[in-house]
Ligand binder design. Structure first.
Ligand code: IPM
Ligand code: MG
Length: 369
């Protein structure tokens, strides 16, 4: 098989800084594990707009379709708030998701033991937490038609449409059940079947898929609002949560914060298998571009580095190497290393973005010594 290819899209804000640390990790794998990638880099978001007047150039889109995995930093920033909706940085990311048809978005919320006290919830509620939200990513209200702002009588009306086909629900449900089988074997599906027809269909289709092919997996259903409440009350009751695009957006931010810092969480967005058997895939941290701290060496590179670990696992079938990288991250945290986002009130000195990256590479190095 040819050398696996990765397209790196650092994007805006802290994106380039955290991606520079991922580069160190990729280089280490090449030099020390003989795991080499054909890496190219391009622009997305505001950076692409500045260069080309569009948040994603067609050539970049075409490249993304060809590579084995895309690694994205973050998009957006106040500088771009004035832009027309159609060219806002976020549109670049949404176009990648839509055109690559990345329907299954895996958002793990895992609480590292060394960080359990950073959560706003009590330690025993979050310690050892390990759940995954599977968010449908290419349909629902994010993309449904009709949409827009129209004039009606003497006022404006804003319109978005929640729309799901059976096949869209079925494929994301299948990915959630498959994932659950490799973990705790439980799926909780969340919608609002009490108020939305799309929620009724969602519940029906998830139930049918379960009946047909996944009866060995434990399935439950929850209204999404109750789900949000249960996530705060006792999150360890969950294993895999499957939900739609908008609920998944909200619930995954809430789940992320259970773990103490948004700076820690990776994500994988997966589509159908390509000709070489690998899924279409984009990996990105859950956090945003954090323009307030950009360029200061304060950003936490761990979410982006763990996103690369997910790429090793889901795109490149290197689960052992993914685990090695995750353990290296765990090791530096256990050693007490903290970026500024992870500081308590004990007056400890934070390490910089690049010091954190270097420490993770050193822990990788120690793992093979
Ligand atoms: C996310 C973000 C995006 C979303 C934005 C940046 C378009 O919030 O990935 O969760 O709403 O999906
Ligand atoms: Mg979001």
């Amino acid at each position: 098989m040819s050398t696996p290819s990765i397209l790196i899209l650092p994007g805006d804000g802290i994106g380039p800084e955290v991606m520079a640390e991922v580069r160190k990790v990729i280089d280490w794998y090449g030099a020390k594990r003989n795991v080499t990638f054909d890496v190219s880099e391009d622009l997305v978001g505001g950076a692409a707009y500045d260069a080309h007047g569009t948040p994603l150039h067609d050539d970049t889109m075409a490249k993304a379709q060809e590579v084995d995995a895309v690694l994205l930093g973050a998009v957006g920033g106040p500088k771009y708030d004035v832009l027309d909706f159609s060219v806002k940085p976020e549109r670049g990311l949404l176009r990648l998701r839509k055109e690559m048809d990345l329907y299954s978005n895996l958002r793990p919320a895992q609480c590292f033991d060394a960080l359990a006290d950073f959560s706003s919830l009590k330690r025993d509620v979050v310690a050892g937490l390990d759940i995954v939200i599977v968010r449908e990513l290419t349909s629902g209200i994010y993309f449904g038609e009709p949409r827009g702002i129209i004039n009606e009588g003497n006022e404006r009306v804003g319109i978005n449409t929640q729309r799901y086909t059976e096949s869209e629900i079925e494929r994301v449900a299948r990915s959630a059940f498959e994932l659950a089988r490799r973990r705790g074997n439980k799926v909780c599906s969340m919608e609002k079947a009490n108020v939305m027809e799309s929620g009724i269909l969602w519940r029906d289709v998830v139930t049918e898929v379960h009946q047909k092919d996944y009866q060995d997996v434990e399935l439950s259903h929850m209204y999404a609002d109750a789900g949000a409440m249960q996530l705060c009350r006792w999150p360890k009751q969950f294993d895999v949560i499957v939900t739609d695009n908008l609920f998944g957006d909200l619930l995954s931010d809430a789940a992320a914060m259970l773990t103490g810092s948004l700076g820690m969480l990776p994500s994988a967005s997966l589509g159908a298998p390509m000709a070489n058997g690998r899924p279409k895939a984009l990996y990105e941290p859950v956090h945003g571009s954090a323009p307030d701290i950009a360029g200061q060496g304060k950003a936490n590179p761990i979410a982006c580095i763990l996103s690369f670990a997910m790429a090793l696992r889901y795109s490149f079938d290197m689960g052992d190497e993914a685990t090695r990288l995750e353990e290296a991250v765990e090791k530096v945290l256990a050693d007490g290393l903290r970026t500024a986002d992870l500081l308590g009130e004990d007056g400890a000195q934070p390490v910089s973005t690049s010091e954190m990256g270097d420490a993770i590479v050193a822990a990788l190095e120690a793992s093979v010594a």
